[in-house]
Write a protein of this length. Structure first.
Lengths: 542, 208
């Protein structure tokens, strides 16, 4: 068995793992990153994308084929890997590859609003965080710099900032401007979405040129992805091992993590030891690994004296709608979303229903209906159009497509959880995750409020063919399954994301979120990761 | 339908983009900017994407340039232009060859491409003045089911860029990505993953 040793072993080469690896390697630490999935080549991923059938092109996971040794949830079939026990279907997915899910993220980079950190104290629901907005504010600033967030300093997003955005804002789309004009008087404010997408040359990456393909793949890497930091880590001497699938976290009699065992795709086994261990494998794979590492001494698994590992699984269940505007708004241009309505993210209503933010899409009907190749073909097969009338109709309708999506707050529920299957394994013998998930009335009431707001906006736009998609969509924002807190009896990690149970183990990612708010989580993941890196660095210097 | 001024305007933007990036390159910016320069400098062809340009990799195999069109292919392109409502120059010859090959076996209940072209008055070689779609309609050329089925298949293929699967459980065959009319026929937008222009172009109303 090959054995590796480093100062820090990190499991997961995504956003959190990449940032911490880069920080610690730059500080002189010997860093080893174990990533279950493969390296991806951008040109190959683009070619895969272009050769997909039209019904698969827009899917987040389309350009990234499954590999048997690191299976992942599929957008089309959420039960392909996750064993879903309901009652609701958990619809969000993630990538297992170097760079993680940031390959297919949209890039939206919000700071949570201050009350998101104290939703229990403020509104009597959910759970408070062990950190406040003010505690995290400097780290948000650092995260924005690392990711190259472009934003508008003049716009009020409900938070105080001590540093400006590192890049000028991503310009509002023409469509955004039409919505903003229409909703004047409704109490709704259309704001530029802060995004980890270049508006200038930043970190040697080009500015966005409107490829209109942030999800599933930015072909020019104008959109930040975590390979930026895995590459930085490598340049500072870190070793990134892809296709290294961790399956056991060993803990010694002193209660410290003593090693990681991992497999290779061919079944061979290797191990790694370190002074400090970081697990940053996102909110399903991380609890899976902790739970499957149970021993006689730790019958509930690693880091799980609280019994909270795997519990409180959350997403931002998403209300999706679309319509045809009266006048052209010219979608299908620029980043997939450049603005949203953010002034609904907080308020006393959170005592009784979930908050939401509205993402205004520049992607027409691609998400709810299908892309223009499918829609145009449908005009032939379903409406019998041919010739100039067909070409004219394609243009006319496409120019008036609009869609909105509301990301709705979900409360932590201990019965929404990830466990490991006792008898169903993946191709290399690692247990598959089992999911129990339900969207409760608090969130459903938030979705009802969102639906009403969508309809108001469409009415203001004199839109027709207004359609609200039944049920909820997954946002891809998987959170909560190893929550942070001050009490080791009710939480898994502390404010620095250090395990309450094992002093040399840190658990990173949105799994630490005690509550979800309704803002896209990645910037908070990044800010917390940088904060944890500081704590780890101090440990190493001790 | 396409309006040439729109395309010309887009070309201007892309030339500006190239100049902008060249400036940065001279300033020592990185290889990533090279990718964008390559991606945007050839956009009049609407046929380039950054990583392929950077690595020298070919475009998707489905978009390889075709040799000089054969008489049968010219006939098919002329027929396709009438049925899809776009001008001849919008129809990529390489993709046309793919669709024509796929239609060697007529769709169920349909006639052959050659039979439909002859019925429409388009000779092999596609020479002469092609009939307008209104002509075909007035003469009832597309009224019989066999004619209509093949006409619909041609238009559907072109707009989707792919050919429907012929068997249960089989995936459709992608013939062209860049040439799919669902995107390429739009006056104001391009297929995803193609560089659209300089940063921020999406803020403005497209040129008429």
């Amino acid at each position: 068995m090959a054995q590796h040793h480093a100062d820090v072993v990190i499991i997961g080469a995504g956003l959190a793992g990449g940032l911490v690896a880069a920080r610690l390697a730059a500080a002189g630490a010997k860093v080893l990153v174990l990533e279950s999935g493969p390296n991806r080549d951008r040109a190959a991923a683009l070619q895969t994308f272009q050769q997909l059938g039209n019904d698969s092109k827009g899917l987040p996971d389309g350009p990234y084929p499954q590999v048997p040794y690191a299976p992942k949830p599929s957008t089309i079939d959420p039960k392909n890997y996750l064993i879903q026990q309901g009652p609701d279907l958990f619809k969000s997915n993630y990538e297992r590859q170097v760079g993680g899910t940031t390959w297919h993220w949209l890039g939206s980079s919000f700071r949570l609003v201050p009350n998101d950190f104290k939703v229990k104290s403020a509104y009597g629901v959910g759970a408070d965080w062990p950190v406040s907005y003010n505690d995290l504010e400097p780290w948000y600033g650092q995260a924005e710099k690392e990711l190259g967030v472009a934003g508008d300093n003049a716009e009020d997003l409900g938070v105080k900032r001590s540093t400006p955005y590192p890049q000028p804002p991503i310009s509002k789309s023409y469509l955004d401007q039409q919505v903003a004009a229409a909703v004047t008087g409704l109490g709704l404010v259309v704001a530029t979405t802060p995004a980890a997408r270049n508006s200038t040359i930043y970190q040697n990456r080009p500015p966005c040129c409107g490829n209109h393909n942030c999800i599933p793949l930015c072909p020019i890497q104008a959109k930040y992805d975590a390979t930026v930091h895995t590459e930085k880590a490598k340049q500072s001497g870190a070793q990134i091992l892809d296709q290294a699938i961790a399956y056991a976290v060993d803990v010694n009699s002193a209660g410290k993590v003593s090693g990681i065992r991992f497999k290779r795709p061919d079944g061979t086994q290797e191990s790694a030891t370190a002074t400090v261990y970081v697990i940053a494998a996102h909110a399903i794979e991380t609890p899976k690994l902790l739970l499957m590492s149970r021993t006689a001494a730790l019958p509930n698994g690693v880091a799980n004296s609280s019994g909270q590992v795997g519990r409180n699984l959350m997403d931002h269940p998403t209300l999706l709608s679309y319509a045809l505007t009266a006048q052209p708004v010219y979608p299908y241009r620029g980043p997939l979303s450049t603005s949203g309505i953010e002034n609904l993210r907080d308020g006393d209503f959170r005592r009784t229903r979930g908050a939401f933010r509205i993402e205004i899409g520049n992607d027409g009907w691609s998400w709810p209906v299908g892309d223009m190749t499918q829609i145009a073909a449908g005009l032939v097969t379903k409406q019998g159009l041919l010739g100039p009338q067909l070409a004219q109709m394609v243009n006319d309708r496409a120019s008036r497509h609009i869609r909105m999506a509301s990301l709705v707050e979900q409360l932590p529920d201990p019965d929404n959880r990830v466990t490991v299957s006792p008898d169903q394994n993946d191709a290399i013998g690692i247990p598959r995750p089992v999911i129990n998930y339900k969207v409760d009335q608090y969130t459903l009431d938030g979705m009802a409020a969102a639906k009403q707001t969508h309809q108001q906006i469409y009415q203001a736009l004199n839109a027709t063919e207004v359609t609200v998609v039944d049920g909820f969509q997954g946002a891809g924002h998987i959170m909560g399954t190893y929550r942070m807190g001050t009490d080791p009896k009710t939480s898994v990690v502390d404010a620095n994301q250090r395990s309450h149970d094992h002093a040399n183990l840190f658990l990173l990612g949105s799994g630490v979120f005690p509550s979800a708010g309704c803002s896209n989580p990645s910037l908070t993941i990044a800010a917390l990761a940088l904060r944890a890196a500081s704590a780890i660095k101090a440990d190493l210097h001790r | 339908m396409r309006h040439e001024p729109s395309r010309a305007e887009r070309g201007t933007s892309l030339r500006e983009a190239s100049l902008t990036r060249r400036h940065f390159l001279l300033g020592g910016a990185a290889s990533a900017a090279v990718a964008l320069l390559a991606a945007c400098s050839n956009k009049n062809s609407r046929n380039t994407s950054a990583p392929a340009a950077t690595t020298g990799a070919s475009q998707a195999a489905t978009d390889t340039p075709a040799p000089a069109p054969s008489p049968a292919l010219r006939q098919f392109i002329a027929l396709s232009a009438v049925l899809t409502g776009v001008s001849l120059d919008v129809l990529d010859p390489g993709a046309a060859q793919g669709f024509l090959t796929a239609l060697q076996t007529p769709p169920a209940g349909g006639m052959t491409v050659v039979q439909l072209a002859v019925a429409a008055g388009i000779p092999v070689g596609g020479s002469g003045t092609a009939p307008s779609f209104a002509d075909l309609t007035a003469k009832g050329v597309l009224t019989p089911p066999a004619e209509r089925i093949t006409a619909d298949a041609i238009a559907t293929n072109w707009y989707s860029g792919q050919v429907a699967a012929t068997g249960a459980g089989k995936a459709p065959s992608v013939i062209t990505y860049n040439g799919a009319l669902g995107w390429k026929a739009l006056d104001f937008a391009m297929a995803p993953a193609l560089c659209g222009g300089v940063f921020g172009f999406w803020s403005a109303k497209p040129a008429a």
